[in-house]
Design a protein around this ligand. Structure first.
Ligand SMILES: [Zn+2]
Ligand SMILES: [Zn+2]
Length: 284
């Protein structure tokens, strides 16, 4: 059997519920069916908004991976199927470069029959996530020019009202005029991050799905169980200047979810030594 046959026989063409909204299936479904051999079903009225949305309508629950897992479990409980796949995105400032916007997408898969759980991810600064206070229509138009409008939609909101999915110049003008006429409340414009209104986000969801698939395709060297993945990273790459250890990653530990086999793989970034520029001794 080649790798693809191993994976297909693992999932065995069972039904998998794709617990997503906003047309994410357009990028996820073909990959999951072809690469994993799962027969994907998209529930018609699955409403994931109850788990929280980006637009702060509802408080988001738990941490991102937990939230994705919760969605997938909920989909299984509704349908009685044994496989579910969900997706979860977060947006905000980059963890190390707070002035740069950042998007992390998770795609989570559970298989109850094989007692198997795994997630793929895409973390990127390739996002138009942004918001701004506006006072007049020109402010909104300038904002829109900077975020890839109208291919990417925007949201206009006041303190207690919101108009989403704006993706024509007419709708934009109409929305702003509506708010300006109605009250003197502070007015904000922001990018609509729902996948079907945001092709950049849709692309990142596709990348996270591909990452999930490549993680599943990593097979245990001992028992061939899928999802042989990194459980720990060890720092201590040696500096080429002074020969001392740095905080850069030296190796990764892979572990099998089935038999517990562990393997240390050296130099995951393809370099045996650290650049002295990253060394606390050579470049304090
Ligand atoms: Zn194994
Ligand atoms: Zn050094």
């Amino acid at each position: 059997m080649n790798e693809k046959e191993v994976i297909h026989s693992f999932f065995n063409h069972r039904i998998g519920i794709l617990a997503t909204m906003h047309q994410k299936e357009t990028v996820m479904l073909p990959l999951l069916e072809d690469q994993l051999g799962i027969n994907i079903k998209v529930p018609i009225d699955f409403n994931t908004d109850q788990f929280g949305t980006f637009t702060r309508d509802i408080e988001r629950m738990g941490d991102q991976v937990e939230a994705a897992k919760h969605k997938a479990e909920y989909a299984m409980s509704l349908t009685g199927e044994t496989i579910a796949i969900s997706s979860e995105g977060i947006f905000g400032p980059h963890p190390f470069l707070p002035w740069v916007p950042y998007n992390r997408e998770i795609v989570f898969l559970i298989d109850r029959v094989n007692e198997f759980e795994i997630f793929g991810e895409a973390s990127t600064t390739d996002t138009n996530y942004r918001q701004m206070k506006i006072e007049k229509i020109q402010d909104a138009q300038e904002f829109c020019e900077s975020v890839g409008f109208p291919e990417h939609a925007v949201i206009v909101r006041s303190k207690d009202e919101i108009i989403k999915g704006i993706n024509t110049h007419e709708q934009l003008e109409e929305a702003i005029n509506y708010f300006l006429k109605k009250s003197n409340d502070e007015l904000y414009i922001e990018t609509d991050m729902r996948a079907l209104y945001n092709p950049t986000r849709m692309k990142n969801i596709k990348l996270a799905t591909e990452n999930l698939i490549s993680k599943i395709y990593s097979l245990c060297s001992k028992c061939s169980f899928p999802g042989f993945e990194v459980v720990e990273r060890k720092a201590g790459l040696i500096c080429s200047g002074c020969g001392l250890k740095t905080n850069l990653i030296k190796s990764e530990i892979y572990k099998c979810k089935k038999c517990g086999e562990q393997e240390e793989r050296l130099y995951p970034n393809g370099r045996q030594f650290a650049d002295p520029a990253h060394c606390p001794i050579c470049n304090p």
